[in-house]
Design a binder for this molecule. Structure first.
Ligand code: CDP
Length: 248
């Protein structure tokens, strides 16, 4: 959370600064197969976030000591472009991007059938080219689509969303101002079918009741976001089937 401020985050009509109601998501768009040289890729726009994901693998894990004889290692690398934020971000890894890469890698490992590919690694390169709050859950949601578009066997999709507290109200999918000037931010991700939680972090404070309300809002929203993921992938397979039937 940013420094406390007098900034009004709820207007006189009870709406948020961007006109949304408490449980409204920002617009989300996902497309697949953006990059020719990657095994799978996705481009996601979520509010003002613009995120590109490229997936490579499974391929032999290198260096060799990183190999796991029982499963594939998912290596996500989250990177924010220098021009992605208001104040230029110093290029290269930092504590924040190392942490985000780690939690994303762990969340994706729960979805991928890693046991089918021992000694390999699956690289997930995440490039945030425009950041607008909620990039970790947007990246994770997009990465899941990119993995599926690479044809990597998965038991389920990972779908993320955040909720938080602004002016003592629990609201879904924080905007940049709400993230900066609000009271709490709760990013969370689940496996879309069985709702197993694969990422949960919290910045700020929530009471037990507020936490329950926030997680409930997120759970409901993940169904809507999972539908957008499915549409992106069904577009891809529709197009592939069409070109196969034209060729054959
Ligand atoms: O992006 P996410 O909400 O997952 O992570 P955060 O660490 O809570 O960052 C919130 C937002 O702060 C990011 O989405 C960016 O818009 C912004 N940010 C920034 O302006 N400069 C940075 N060096 C890092 C983050």
């Amino acid at each position: 959370m940013g420094t406390p401020s007098d900034k009004k985050l709820i207007n006189e009509n009870g709406l948020r600064l961007d006109g949304r109601g408490d449980e409204e998501l920002r617009p989300i768009k996902i497309s697949t197969d953006i990059l020719e040289r990657a095994d799978g890729s996705a481009f996601m726009e979520w509010g003002g976030n613009k995120i590109l994901v490229a997936v490579y693998g499974p391929r032999e894990a290198y260096p060799k000591h990183t190999q796991d004889i029982e499963k594939s290692v998912v290596k996500a690398r989250y990177n924010m472009a220098a021009f992605s934020v208001d104040e230029r971000k110093r290029p290269g890894p930092d504590r924040r991007s190392t942490e985000i890469s780690k939690v994303i890698s762990e969340a994706l490992s729960a979805a991928v059938m890693v046991e089918q590919f021992p000694r390999t690694q699956i690289d997930v390169f995440i490039e945030v080219i425009q950041a607008d709050a909620g990039t970790r859950i947007a990246s994770l949601t997009a990465a899941s689509v990119a993995l599926a578009s690479a044809g990597i066997p998965m038991r389920d999709m990972v779908v993320g969303c955040s909720a938080g507290k602004v002016e003592d109200r629990i609201v879904l999918d924080l905007s940049k101002d709400e993230d900066n000037f609000g009271q709490a931010d709760l990013p969370m991700a689940v496996l879309s079918k069985n709702k197993q939680v694969v990422l949960i972090q919290m910045d700020g404070d929530l009471s037990k009741e507020e936490f329950a309300r926030a997680t409930d809002m997120i759970m409901k929203a993940t169904d809507r976001i999972a539908e957008i993921q499915r549409k992106a992938l069904s577009e891809k397979y529709k197009i592939e089937n069409l070109s196969e039937s034209q060729n054959g």
